[in-house]
Design a protein. Structure first.
Length: 380
């Protein structure tokens, strides 16, 4: 065991003995996400380094504190990537934070989520026990797949110390197409394309000018074999945004900005407004009614993810957003809050799900030192 891991283990052991609450933190780039953190900081950044990388096997194992940018650079040198576009949000994002937050970028609807690429993990639980789950191949699970359960757990089960991830080759061809249309037309196009064998990778729709309701624009990213991308460009129409080197650089920058919430749409969120994420079925039509008070959303994941900006003081609008998502068969999250201490980021769990979650958390962290409330609001 490394000295860094020894030190963290002793911190957890002492916290368990003293009933001290700990807050696990890597680069701190996702501190805004989830219920407000409580407790002494347990810094994962000393746990750094790529432990094993087998390009021919499409598997990489890295310590939790490894900078995400470092891992992606190593993969890119071998023509490989993390296809789910993990967001960084700021400089310093770590591999462990990527898994613990469980957030995916623009390509999520096409390639899957973080959870789908976690093959194995090592966890330091609330008893200061070092546990290994999964492995380095896809077919290694017998029983409960704990390694994937860690994705999105926000550190409530323990400290992720090491993860093994499936990686994929970088697509040989890519293109970004632009279409002028309103939200309803964009959803109709995306739904029509979804039933055809086009190499759709990512999409986003938003107003280009917030003051002009006719300025809607859909951007569509294609990735795959050269012939498939070329054929899709010829059939789908629109305007090619990356036809030359400058266009390719700008398109790549825009998709990265979308992933990390640096697009103008996100930057235009007014002071005192929250950012809401609604996850709904892709076939859900334009959300109208009381939700319209939040203005036009930014739509991603071929219609499955819709971002709204809402006045944090407007409780009725918050309730309307949650209700609209639930009525569509999805859910809503208060993703970024104007008030850093605001509660109720997540909708309350049903009593049945709350009991299951509590039982799982208790089995990994019986003393509750890892702040179980970080992940969800209290049960309804």
């Amino acid at each position: 065991m490394s000295s860094a891991l020894d030190s963290l283990t002793e911190r957890v052991r002492a916290a368990a003995a003293d009933h001290t609450r700990l807050s696990i933190r890597g680069g701190g780039t996702k501190d805004f996400y989830g219920q407000p953190a409580e407790g002494e900081i347990l810094d994962t950044r000393p746990l750094t380094g790529i432990v094993d990388f087998e390009p021919s096997e499409l598997v990489v194992t890295a310590m939790a504190g490894t900078p995400l940018s470092e891992l992606q650079a190593v993969l890119a040198e071998k023509g490989q990537c993390l296809p789910f576009d993990p967001p960084h949000f700021a400089v310093g994002a770590t591999v462990g934070g990527m898994v613990a937050a469980g957030l995916s970028g623009p390509a999520r609807a096409a390639v899957g989520s973080v959870r789908d690429y976690v093959l194995g993990a090592q966890l330091l639980n609330g008893r200061a026990e070092l546990l290994d789950f999964g492995g380095q191949v896809m077919k290694n699970v017998a029983g409960y797949d704990v390694s994937r359960l860690l994705a999105g757990s926000l550190g409530t089960l323990g400290l992720i110390t090491r993860v093994s991830l499936k990686v994929l080759p970088i697509a040989p061809a890519e293109a970004t197409l632009h279409f002028d249309c309103d939200q309803d037309e964009a959803l109709e196009l995306l739904h029509g394309w979804g039933g055809q064998p086009w190499p759709l990778d990512a999409s986003r729709w938003a107003l280009q000018d917030p003051a002009d309701p006719a300025s809607g624009a859909l951007h569509l990213r294609l990735r795959g074999a050269v012939a498939a991308v070329q054929s899709a460009c010829a059939h789908l129409g629109g305007t090619r945004r990356d036809a030359d080197e400058a266009g390719r650089a700008q398109a790549a920058a825009d998709w990265s900005a979308c992933r990390d919430h640096r697009l103008d749409w996100f930057a235009a969120r007014a002071a005192g407004h929250d950012l809401w994420r609604l996850s709904v079925p892709q076939t859900t039509p334009v959300l109208a009614g009381s939700v319209a008070a939040a203005g036009e959303p930014l739509v991603e994941w071929h219609g499955g993810q819709r971002w709204y900006r809402a006045d944090a003081a407007d409780a009725s609008l918050a309730a309307a957003l949650r209700r609209a998502a639930a009525d569509a068969g999805g859910h809503a999250v208060r993703f970024r809050c104007a008030d850093p201490l605001a509660p109720d980021r997540f909708a309350p769990l049903s009593p049945a799900l709350a009991r299951i979650q509590e039982a799982i958390q208790h089995s990994f962290d019986p003393g509750g030192i890892f702040h179980r409330g970080r992940l969800h609001a209290a049960a309804a």
